[in-house]
Design a protein around this ligand. Structure first.
Ligand code: SME
Length: 154
């Protein structure tokens, strides 16, 4: 995946100076230019009245109805609850899936950690079935790590 290698080098460079918010926007812009990365966005954990929820942050792609997701809902909630990256090759076969677009076929969600604690996640949807293999996963997890580092600096 040589294109992604260049992209990652650029993002690693930019991550040295950008705020976490600006870096998230930049990651959305750059990753959404990759083939099969059709919706790229961040959800951040927020304390609601008596529970935590995921609130939509920066994203690039079609508007989503899911601007707030409970931790017991969706692939997004599952990634935080389980504390791990979740890759779904066929969203229509996963009962946890919250539909954002009828075109979406596969999805990856990777937690963002600040000092080891999950504070949000990066979520990517693809119109292609099983779009996220080991290389894509490594790229997405590295992006999540860069945002976590940027949050630690703030
Ligand atoms: N599909 C996600 C919801 C967010 S949208 O994809 C942007 C989920 O199942 O949690």
């Amino acid at each position: 995946m040589p294109v992604a290698a260049d992209l990652l080098r650029d993002l690693e460079d930019e991550a040295k100076t950008l705020s976490a918010e600006a870096l998230m926007r930049r990651i959305c812009e750059r990753l959404s230019q990759l083939p099969n990365f059709n919706w790229v966005g961040f959800y951040m954990l927020a304390q609601e009245a008596c529970h935590k929820a995921l609130l939509l942050g920066p994203y690039v792609g079609a508007p989503t109805p899911h601007v707030k997701i409970a931790l017991n809902q969706g692939i997004c909630g599952a990634a935080v609850s389980q504390g791990q990256t979740i890759v779904v090759d066929d969203v229509n076969a996963d009962p946890r899936y919250l539909a954002c677009s009828l075109e979406t076929k596969s999805e990856i969600v990777a937690p963002v950690r600040r000092h080891g604690e999950i504070v949000g996640e990066i979520d990517i949807d693809s119109h292609t079935h099983a779009a996220f293999g080991p290389e894509e996963r490594a790229l997405v997890e590295r992006c999540a790590e860069l945002v976590g580092r940027a949050l630690e600096r703030q």
